[in-house]
Write a protein that binds this ligand. Sequence first.
Ligand code: ASP
Length: 601
Amino acid sequence: MYRTHTCGELRISNAGQSVTLAGWVQRVRKMGGMTFIDLRDRYGITQLVADENESKEVKAQVEKLGREYVIQASGVVTERQSKNPKIETGDIEIRLSDIRILNASAVPPFTIEDESDGGEDLRARYRYLDLRRGPLKKALLHRHKMAWEVRNYLSSIGFLEIETPYLIKSTPEGARDFVVPSRMNPGQFYALPQSPQTFKQLLMVAGYDKYFQIVRCFRDEDLRADRQPEFTQIDCEMSFVERDDVLDTFEGLIKSLFKNVLGKEFGEPFPRMSYADAMEYYGSDKPDIRFGMKINDVTAKVQGKNFSVFDSAEYAGAICVPGCAGYTRKQIDELTEWVKRPQVGAKGLIWIRNAKEGIKSSIDKFFTPEELSALAQGMGALPGDLILIMAGGKKKTRTALGALRLEMGNRLGLRKNDVFAPLWVCDFPLLEWDDETGRFYAMHHPFTAPKPEDMDKFFSDKKEDLEQVNANAYDFVLNGTEVGGGSIRIHDAKVQERMFQVLGLTREDADYKFGFIINAFKFGAPPHGGIAFGFDRFCALFDGQETIRDYIAFPKNNNGRDVMLDAPSYIEKEQMDELFIKSTAPAASTAPAASAEEGKN
Ligand code: ASP
């Protein structure tokens, strides 16, 4: 037997017991005649101690130890002289009676401790060493708990976990597909699924009325920070449901996660907000409702005072920032620069200081103090608040105000990551017009049903009518991050065909790409709907973190590379030929030909 206990297990109550542990040497310290060894495994760290009275063999082995050596150590559990309250085994140590080196280790390229001295890239290259560190272990444990709880909860209410294939047909859902060449079908390609969307709908046609899957999805998107080309979803679908059935079911799931993973009870139903309200009051389709500071439409109130910025604008909106009337000129100038950054894109910022000593603003020339006070009061401003106004096109200005609101929330510490504000956002527009390509795109995906009351408009040929069609779609938003999204689906072949037509697909195109699902709908498709949650992000947010990479054992970097494997990489010419592939990349290259020995086995 390699071990009797783990390195996280022994306590003062074990004092006097003879035990054997196995693990990695985190640190060796010599003090006088004593040698202390921190022995680590997945469960914790236990201190081993050897003193001068140790046998020759033990001494000789201890002398050889280096960082990350794998050892087996036996001895008696003893109460420590100087206890370490920071670790759970900190009251005891093991007095060594025997030690065996199971494997030596090269010197690790960075320190394997909670606070490492290794840079991000170096740690990524040696991910298996990074994974030995405490914070990453904690993150993966947390992920496991979340996955376990999801499976447990959904199974308990009758959902079946069913796997769907990874080699499928390319049916782009918004992003680009990763494709896989087929050797046996020259010139043809599989695609990796962006989500199991069509399969889960086919499972509904097949009668499996409650499906879920914790599943990998692949999207070849231009990478933004903290996006992974492959990521995991909790993918779900149900039959014979309307929107509220879906929301209630998955609110149950989320509440059970809050309760069983975080110990937080949510008695109240999660708030539900329309997309229109989210845009109007928060300038975003994923509002962070941990704090107020809502956007006020002040267009009518500020126009007609001969101030051209307002008078010429389609829209003027304002937020009231609590307690910031004391902002200095310099601070306001800096904020103005902040909103002018291309990411925010505002032209400028108008301010009103609702100070206790009196009201002051950058538009004093055009407004009397009474008018300013009325404006401030209309927004519910209290003495000491700062009002920030922007004007311009409605959509852009609201979005910019939304960004400013979040920034002020950050600056005022109103976005605490241990406070959770869940929210459902509903009633999204079904379609988005793109001027560049002159066509509509599905805002969610082409399988989302229009709201029943908008069906006439959906079959109208007028662009204005189609623009007004709402989707029976919903997003789950947590602390300003979209964590899940879904919809009630189209289950009528005619409506589905109309959808493809609206999206500019010819009948042949639709048949080539989606014939299988249109066909399936002709064989008794039940009404159905579902949702998918971004599992990696869900795990990070639940743990109060923003980066998802720590919650994925082997993630890609920001350029979509696995720096540990050094992938993607060139493949050998023979492999390319076999797949009927020729590269047209500018620096077209293939992997060095395998040497005779390694090539054949
Ligand atoms: N397949 C959708 C997505 O990945 C989710 C859904 O509609 O259920 O966004």
